[in-house]
Design a protein around this ligand. Sequence first.
Ligand code: AMP
Length: 146
Amino acid sequence: MKLGELLSGKGRHVFTAHPEDTVLDAVRKLVSHNIGALAVVDSHGKLVGIFTERDVLRLCALSPINFATILLHDHMTKNLVTGNSQATMEEALAVMSEQRIRHLPVVDDEKLTGMVSQGDLVKASLEDMKFEHKQLTNFVLGKYPG
Ligand code: AMP
């Protein structure tokens, strides 16, 4: 399955933040939306970074910092790994495990068109496997295409 198909089922809404937002604002967004990552976009809507719960943990490990006084710009990851709608789920999972990241912004024609997490990919892969299993079982039992 391609990422575009996965996003058609899951939805293409992406929770975003701005580089000038404070880390506290971003943490509140992560918590209130119950998500693990925010795409950081500039005033033109261009994807310029990503900020995830791992970044929050890293900041927590430093000596006490007031999250209300530090900006996302200085603590987001700017060197982005992205996918596109034509990429397959297998390709996305491979790059995510290789890069040790759990979130992949989907960018088409330089526009942010979605975000997939490792959880989304695992869930969709399981559904694919269940479907294939059912097809094969029906085939073996002579119920094809059942
Ligand atoms: P995660 O496992 O997704 O929570 O992220 C682990 C670390 O990688 C954090 O520092 C993130 O900012 C960074 N990160 C997550 N996703 C991406 C991505 N698609 N491109 C670049 N860095 C990322």
